[in-house]
Write a protein that binds this ligand. Sequence first.
Ligand code: ME8
Length: 496
Amino acid sequence: MSKYYLTTPIYYVNAQPHIGHVYTTVAADALARWFRLQGREVFFLTGTDEHGSKIENAAREAGISPGEMADRMSKNFRDLWVAMEIKPDRFIRTTEPEHQRVVQRVFLELSARGDIYPGVYEGYYCFACEAFLTPSQGSLCPDCGRETEKISEPTYFFRLSRYQEPIRAYFQAHPEMIQPERAREEVSNLLNQPLPDVSCTRRCAWGIPLPAEMAADPELTIYVWFDALLNYLSGVDYGQEDGRFKKTWPPDIQLLGKDIIRFHYIIWPALLLALGLPLPEKLFAHGWWLSGGEKMSKSRGNVVEPMEFARTYGVDALRYFLLAEVPFGLDGDFNEAAFRKRYNSDLANDLGNLVHRFAHLIRTRHQGRVPEAGDGGRLAEKVLAALPQLDERMAAVDFFGFLETARTVVTAANHYLDETAPWRPENNSGPVLYNLAETARLLSLCLEPVMPRTSGLIRSRLGLEKLPADSNGLRWGLTPAGAAVGEGAPLFPRLK
Ligand code: ME8
């Protein structure tokens, strides 16, 4: 059984989680569920990024300690993942002692190799992005566009310059590591300018102390981005003899938003090369959700609160919308009108209605028992042709294409139902209804990664709880004749 290690960024705990955080984490959860269904040994890591001045400042404003802030917010993220049916294998917090030990150990190792050396940083720092600017960048933050602050402090530098050529050569040999394709140009632009060495400590009390062997200045702590990136190693027990590192490394895919491309495609590979570790197979930078056409921000009051949507429309509808509305990699606008439109067309009219119609017919024409199978016919052909395409789309991290393919199956099933008219007494309804039940069973398996609750509801509606819910179930004809079909409320009540 081959392993599949995937990660999301770890999120800052200075503010409440919002729809953008849900997006990356739902996407990762869908991949994790799909590859588990395929029998891979999945390890899905997410967590919270808890150090640095951003958190320190937010805690001060809230009148609590940074530790309390981190505890409170980190819990909010965990609770939200439970509510969203997101099931990571590990939720890491950068304040965990074992993570801190890994970060300190890596620091010592890199300084022993001459990749970390002392110096003085003089220049601009963006507190919102926790980013040092290079001299050629002036004083405006290249990530968020804000005016930054000039700082001058003793520091340690990471010898990034040493890895410019090795990274370039690596990407040339492995272009598929940078996903989607359109991110390659941005990465190559970054690599076409000289990469200066980067500061990797800060004068910030809320951070991981330097290893005792290096701590000439007790006020220096490790720069939050170095601390954070190393979670991908500590999250799989890097440095522990009997931990999972050996069988898990390297990551098969790391998801991130396009806002943090520089850290993940430049600094992260450089750190791994410096440590002599294999690089991830793929790094995927997805697009950005706007709200009402604008960047979400507290001051604009347009931050989309995920639980509000989940309460009104259901968790599955929210998960579905996020993955179906926009190709992963492109930007989208999150607005309620678009949400309701997609809900009504894809979920209420197509999928929900399909299940409701044939289940009702099985109840009225076959005493609520799945009839005997006949010839699978053109519907079976359609469904079986879609299965490999679904697998291909998921392997390409193309949720949009995956759900488009799933919709073609739903549409084909609805047409089949219309054309075969099993409600007419003169028609032989048994084999037709069997084929529809079997299509719904296969759909329930394939849609589970995106809509786990709906998938469970379809299976229980068809009395199929005991059938294999893994790739062994991805064959035609497993629904047993005689299974009891329940009544049940509509899966997705139509919105007025
Ligand atoms: O950057 N649209 O944390 P963060 C889409 N701690 N995705 C969005 C989004 C939006 N509007 N807003 C946020 C950090 N995201 C660091 C990461 S990793 C070693 C350290 C998602 O809380 C997207 O994945 O600012 C983005 O990259 C991430 O949240 C940033 O989360």
